[in-house]
Design a protein around this ligand. Structure first.
Ligand code: ADP
Length: 352
């Protein structure tokens, strides 16, 4: 029956059941006691008195039972109804929805968890909106550049020569890099990157990357320093992804270090992890920027890194890759102009 599925009627019925049990027990015990303890001639009067008392007590108990049921039902049902209404509002996109916290412990826990969930959903929604805004903003810069060149060409302000074409090509490359990075980022964040973990020595890999990147350097020095030279440091990770992360970190170090600066890749291992620290003597990072470095599109100095082609998502991708391999990346810097250290941490193949 539909009525019995409603909590309010079940609570009322429970209270009434208690009243009924009290009345029945009283009748039965009174009868049994009276038969033994009351003189037969007094029995009818005793029974009449018991019945009267019972009727009054049962009525009083029923009224109090009903009253408490109503209070209980209200206390439980009102927050539940509010919870249902708020869930529907959140489902339809009103992420600012919160519910009042009731007094009872259990319902308070439920309401607090609900409000926490609503808070997380609101944050995710905020991140989504910010992401769209950032993507639009990033696309606008190279597009505006291209549009400018095209208009210049059409108006005859710019000559149709290899220099103009190459400048346009530069903008197209920027667009392509951004779109590639975005695609990569969405795959990494969705956990769709397939890793092929292997056991390998991290030292030769770092050395290979250094020899690959050295031709890019003008005057900067770039060196590898190993804590235990001559000994392999075996890690369990995907070698290609590890190389990708290191190229990114060393590439950043090169980009943000002046020509007379130096970049050192320091490799050491502790009991369970290998640490590959990329230290530079470059422009450094202000302490207030450190917590945000790994966020999408974050740049310490937007004009500076945008000019050099950075989209601000390289570190986000790198950290996700490190996480996927069971490691991490940390950033440290004593301050502006004092260099920075980015450390890639990877699990050792054979913890010592
Ligand atoms: P970008 O493509 O802009 O370099 P990243 O995600 O790789 O984006 O880096 C984010 C920001 O972190 C950079 O814009 C830069 O401000 C800062 N950064 C990264 N590496 C270094 C470094 N070695 N020295 C100083 N700042 C750095």
């Amino acid at each position: 029956m539909g009525v019995w599925r409603q909590l309010r009627w079940r609570i009322v019925a429970a209270q009434m059941l208690v009243v009924l049990a009290g009345v029945v027990t009283l009748i039965v015990t009174a009868e049994a006691l009276a038969a033994r303890a009351v003189a037969p001639e007094l029995l009818p009067a005793f029974e009449a008195a018991v019945v009267k008392a019972l009727v009054v007590a049962a009525l009083a108990a029923a009224v109090v039972g009903l009253g408490t049921s109503i209070v209980l039902v209200r206390e439980i049902l009102r927050p539940l109804r509010q919870l249902a209404a708020s869930s529907r509002r959140i489902a339809s996109g009103h992420y600012g929805e919160r519910i009042a916290v009731p007094i009872s412990d259990e319902l308070r826990d439920v309401a607090q968890s609900f409000n926490q969930m609503a808070e997380s959903l609101a944050q995710i929604e905020q991140q989504r909106v910010t992401l769209i805004g950032n993507v639009a903003h990033e696309l606008r810069t190279p597009l505006a550049g291209l549009e400018g060149y095209l208009e210049g060409l059409l108006d005859g302000v710019l000559p149709n020569d290899p220099e103009t074409i190459s400048a346009m090509q530069h903008e197209v490359r920027r667009l392509r890099r951004l779109v590639d990075d975005l695609q990569h980022l969405s795959r990494v964040e969705a956990g769709q990157i397939i890793l092929q973990p292997e056991v390998f020595d991290i030292v030769p890999l770092a050395q290979r990357i250094v020899s690959q990147l050295r031709p890019q350097l003008i005057e900067q020095c770039l060196q590898v320093a190993v804590a235990a030279p001559g000994e392999p440091l075996l890690v369990r990770a995907d070698p290609d992804r590890t190389a990708q992360v290191l190229v990114n970190l060393v590439g950043n170090a090169i980009r943000y270090t002046p020509e007379d600066g130096c970049i050192t890749i320091r490799i050491r291992g502790d009991a369970s992890h290998a640490q590959i620290a990329i230290e530079d003597t470059g422009i450094g990072i202000p302490p207030e920027a450190l917590p945000y470095l790994f966020e999408r599109f974050y740049r310490v100095d937007p004009s500076r890194s945008r000019a050099s082609g950075g989209s601000g998502i390289g570190l986000t991708i790198a950290r996700h890759l490190a996480w996927a391999m069971g490691g991490d990346i940390t950033a440290a810097s004593p301050g502006i102009g004092q260099g920075s250290t980015f450390t890639l941490i990877l699990p050792r193949a054979e913890p010592v």
